[in-house]
Each structure stands twice: as C-alpha cells, then as structure tokens.
Design a protein around this ligand. Structure first.
Ligand SMILES: NC(=O)c1ccc[n+]([C@@H]2O[C@H](COP(=O)([O-])OP(=O)(O)OC[C@H]3O[C@@H](n4cnc5c(N)ncnc54)[C@H](O)[C@@H]3O)[C@@H](O)[C@H]2O)c1
Length: 262
C-alpha cells in the first residue's frame, strides 16, 4: 500500500512512541496530526516534527469526535488512527482502586472512544486502518499494576472482537503489544532495568511495527514487539468448544454471529 498523501491521527502523539511514529510517517509524506494533552511542550514537539497538534484528553468521549471533525475539516479525510495514548499505574499497592479506574479510563476507554470517533471518518475515506497500542501487559499478568494489565488486555479483546466486523468496510484493526521500551513511561523503573542489564526496545523499533501494522496487518492480530525478535503475531490458543450430548463440537448459534460474518 502507499501511505504518501494519507492523513494519520496519533493519540498520545507527543509521547515517546507518538513522536517516533510521527517522524517515520513524515518521512513517508504522510500528513500527521498529534493529539495529546494540551501543553506548550506538546505543541512545540508537534511543530518540531512538522505535524499538526490538537489538544485531546482521550477520556472525553465528545472531544474524540470533535478532534476527528477538526482533522476532516482541515485535511478532508482520515486514513489511519493510531490509538496510542496511555498511562501506567505508579502505586505499588496490590490494589489501588482509584488508580485502577484511572488507568482503565485512559488505556481502555480512551481506545473505545477513539474507535467510535474515527470509524465514520475511515468509512468516508473508503477504508483505512486503526492500530491500537496495547502492551505485553495485555497478554500476561502484571502483579505490580493490575489496572494496566486489565486495560491492555481489554484493548486486545476489543480489537479482536471488533476487527472482523470492520473488514467489509475496508478497515483493518490491529494491536501492537510491545515489551518495555525506552520512553518516559518506564522512567520509574529505569534504574532497576539498568541494574540487571535488562534489554528495552527503542521507540523507533515500536514505531516501525506500528507502520507495518498500518501497511499490512492481519485484521484482529496482536503483534508482540520484543527486543531481539522484532514484531511477531501472538498466537492465541483458542478456548475449548462446547460438546453436544453425542460428543460432537457444538455449532455456535447464528444469533451470536453478525450477519456480515455468516
Ligand atoms: N514504553 C513502554 O515500555 C510501553 C510498552 C508497552 C506499551 N506501551 C504503551 O505505549 C503507549 C505510548 O506510551 P509511551 O511509551 O510513548 O509513553 P509516553 O509516556 O512517552 O507517552 C504517552 C503519551 O500519552 C499521553 N496521554 C496520557 N494520558 C492521556 C490522555 N488522557 N489523553 C491524551 N493523551 C494522554 C501522554 O501525554 C503522553 O504523551 C501507551 O499506551 C503505553 O501504555 C508502552
């Protein structure tokens, strides 16, 4: 596929992954809109990358729609949405419910609201791509940050559930699940990583996986990105199917299958 001339929106766009991705997209002549919390440094970061900045708190459902309207108003179309904004929990308590809810609000509901907002625009553009930044934490438990694991696991489940229904509209939805990467989000852990020489990804490696997902993801795939292995699709095991009284695999009731997939 050719990305030149396309318009891409990146939420959490002025963070580590967002900036690395914006730089790679600008090299491909993509028009880039960085959506992030409003601040002078964030506006300056976007301008330094030759990208447009829009202020967005992804937990504000209506604001997500307003941003997409602004992008379409300014550039006439939207071809790709990288739903990438995220925070990690900082408390090391086994369960801090206020923090749990805040992380889920940003990392999971931010993705749901973003998807709701971009879908009509992608359809109007004749199809496109949604790449969600989940995490390895969505595929494995995280004892120190259960809210993060729930939010990222929810994001993976959301992508896998929705993606098949979007194929008919020419929209490919996929998830990226990076391991630890060199951005501000790992600042609280940096010394511990350094002490045991733990390998972390560069933001550029993750951005390359995001670009690849835009260009050719399998709908519903979750790509694990880890140091030394690159981006590989995670193989889900599936769940044991129900058996009939005769011991045969039970057919799924049609009502559970969307008409477009029957
Ligand atoms: N760096 C890692 O180790 C790692 C690994 C796996 C997944 N991730 C995920 O990658 C994504 C990007 O993180 P990063 O590593 O670039 O970290 P980062 O902290 O550099 O960037 C996160 C960005 O999200 C923005 N953001 C936070 N809350 C927001 C909100 N409510 N609305 C809009 N923007 C908001 C921040 O302002 C920041 O620019 C996140 O979803 C994160 O969970 C990171």
């Amino acid at each position: 596929m050719t990305t030149a001339g396309s318009v891409a929106l990146i939420t959490g766009g002025t963070g580590g992954f967002g900036r690395a991705l914006a730089a790679q997209l600008r090299e491909r002549d993509v028009t880039v809109v960085l959506a992030d919390l409003d601040s002078e440094p964030n506006r300056a970061a976007a301008s330094g990358l030759g990208a447009h900045f829009v202020a967005l708190d992804v937990t504000d459902r209506a604001a997500n729609a307003a941003v997409v309207a602004e992008v379409e108003g300014q550039y006439g179309r939207l071809d790709a949405a990288f739903l990438n904004a995220g925070i990690a929990g900082k408390s090391r308590d086994a369960l801090d419910v206020d923090e749990f809810l805040r992380v889920v609000e940003v990392d999971l509901f931010g993705v749901v609201y973003g998807t709701e907002a971009v879908l009509p625009a992608l359809k109007r553009a004749g199809g496109g791509s949604i790449v969600v930044t989940a995490s390895l934490a969505g595929l494995a438990p995280v004892a120190t940050d259960p809210g993060y694991s729930v939010a990222k696991g929810g994001a993976v489940a959301f992508v896998r559930s929705l993606a098949p229904r979007l194929v008919g509209d020419g929209i490919t939805m996929s998830a990226i699940c990076p391991g630890f990467a060199d951005t501000a989000i790992i600042d609280p852990l940096r010394e511990e990583f350094a002490a045991v020489d733990f390998p972390v990804l560069s933001a550029d490696e993750v951005a390359s996986a995001m670009v690849a997902a835009w260009a050719g993801a399998e709908p519903g795939a979750a790509y694990v990105v880890q140091p030394g292995i690159g981006a590989v699709p995670y193989k889900f095991k599936g769940v044991p199917a129900a058996r009939t009284a005769a011991g045969e695999t039970a057919a799924v009731p049609e009502a559970l299958i969307p008409p477009s997939l029957r």
